[in-house]
Ligand binder design. Structure first.
Ligand code: SF4
Ligand code: SF4
Length: 439
């Protein structure tokens, strides 16, 4: 079986959060494979831990990706501070085509546009994808799964960091489909009573109130914080309130734009102008919102740049939605010619400064790799945990399944990914989610 078919069979998707089916990415021609090992979300480091523990698999994933796409170059983007992971990686890659590219410790190095520019000097066309500049980008964990796929092992586990207000911050691999609460329990439970959980990071993730939700192929990590923490309180504010404060308090200083990583790369993103849309509640707001269309939702403007603690990122989110609903064409900027801002290298926001600004210094501890052999009683596998159409169940209630067995197939002629049982057991329900009970 060729690499693309093996990866398709195994249900590999982009593990960095987006969940784009990896077999589709591999079924293309590219000259460069880039590993996204940047991992720039504060407090999360499972990719570094994974790379340190499984360097051979990660390197093999890159080599297989080169084979599939015909790429001649393979660059592993990783922060220079990840010394142990780099050592393991370079040893595993020794004598082969994969080389490392050391990244600075700033946010958001993991943004694909930033990563491609940093590692190759190429700028992706506005609104485009890395393939348009000859690159295919995979998250470190996806590379591990590519290597597993060619051995006939499907995706049945998820690598994550669980940290913050938990007794034992750790990075680990667990069966897909366990609950967020089980993850917190594995990490020893919380250190304080009233907590709030960020899934996928404090910058680009979201607050999850329902801890019964399952870990999917794209769950990036868990950060548990006391609910009284300023960051939690800021992010729990309803959008209407965010808008009202922004409308009255924004002084158009434009710091949000000046620090915006996409603006600095040369794309026409200008959140300070989007903030003006908040004043046009009756009509015309969408016209100011066009400067949100190329925003990558990194949240830097809201959580770092704005001196008044306003919400330009959320204004951009709203602006994008409003323009889509109004049927307006996506704004790609005044010119197709993209040139990075001369101040781009000097305006990177150090992760250390970001963590301080977020008030997370006390939680910035190591979350080392822990080998666990957690055996859940029940797993819930959503049919939609990837980009594309929901998968189609191939099992029914009462069926006995084995770990690694196919339970849902890609919908016919649609973009999607297969889903496999993550434990041995019996199918208990099939209704948007396949529930398997251990037996
Ligand atoms: S940084 Fe804050 S105050 Fe300044 S323009 Fe942006 S949203 Fe307005
Ligand atoms: S969230 Fe803010 S800083 Fe980030 S890309 Fe969008 S506008 Fe720029």
């Amino acid at each position: 079986m060729n690499v693309v078919d093996a990866v398709r069979e195994a249900g590999v998707v982009g593990a960095g959060g987006a969940g784009f089916p990896t077999h589709v990415k591999l079924n293309a021609e590219a000259d460069t494979v880039i590993a996204n090992g940047a991992e720039c979300e504060p407090l999360l480091h499972k990719d570094a831990e994974l790379t340190e523990v499984f360097p051979r698999e990660v390197v093999l994933g890159m080599e297989l990706s080169m084979q599939a796409t015909g790429a001649k170059d393979a660059i592993f983007g990783i922060k220079a501070k990840r010394k142990k992971a780099i050592e393991a990686l370079e040893q595993a890659a020794s004598g082969g085509p994969v080389r490392t590219h050391l990244l600075g410790d700033y946010y958001p190095t993991g943004d694909e546009y930033v990563l491609v520019y940093e590692t190759t000097g190429r700028l992706i066309p506005a609104g485009g994808i890395p393939l348009q500049v000859g690159a295919v980008v995979h998250n470190s964990e996806s590379l591990y799964h590519i290597a597993e796929a060619v051995q006939g092992r499907p995706v049945v586990k998820k690598f994550l960091t669980v940290t913050g207000a938990v007794k034992q911050p750790m990075s680990l691999a667990v069966p897909t489909g366990i609950t967020l609460q089980e993850l917190i329990d594995i990490a020893g439970g919380t250190t304080t009573e009233d907590t709030t959980v960020f899934v996928g990071g404090v910058m680009m993730g979201s607050i999850e109130q329902d801890l019964g939700k399952p870990v999917t192929k794209t769950t990036g990590g868990l950060i548990v914080l006391p609910t009284s923490h300023t960051l939690v309180q800021r992010m729990l504010r309803p959008q209407k309130q965010m808008d009202r404060i922004g409308k009255s308090a924004c002084d158009q200083c434009s710091y949000c734009t000046e620090f915006c990583p996409r603006y600095l790369l040369g794309y026409d993103v200008q959140p300070h102008k989007v903030m003006r849309s908040l004043g046009f509640t009756a009509t015309g707001g969408e016209n100011w919102s066009k400067w949100a269309d190329l925003c990558c939702a990194c949240n830097l403007c809201t959580l770092y740049s704005c001196p008044e603690d306003l919400y330009p990122k959320q204004a951009c989110d709203k602006g994008k939605t409003d323009r889509k609903e109004a049927g307006m064409e996506r704004w790609l900027g005044p010119s197709q010619e993209i040139t990075a801002h001369p101040m781009e290298p000097g305006r990177h926001v150090p992760l250390k400064s970001l963590i301080r600004k977020l008030g997370l210094d006390d939680f910035n501890v190591s979350a080392p790799w822990v080998e666990t052999n957690y055996q859940p009683e029940v797993v819930n596998l959503p049919l939609s945990q990837h980009v594309g159409a929901p998968s189609v169940p191939v099992v029914k209630v009462g069926d006995k399944v084995k770990k690694g067995q196919l339970v849902a197939e890609i919908a016919k002629d649609k973009l999607g990914a297969r889903i496999h049982a993550s434990i041995d057991g019996t199918v208990a329900s099939v209704n948007g989610v396949i529930q398997i009970k251990h037996s």
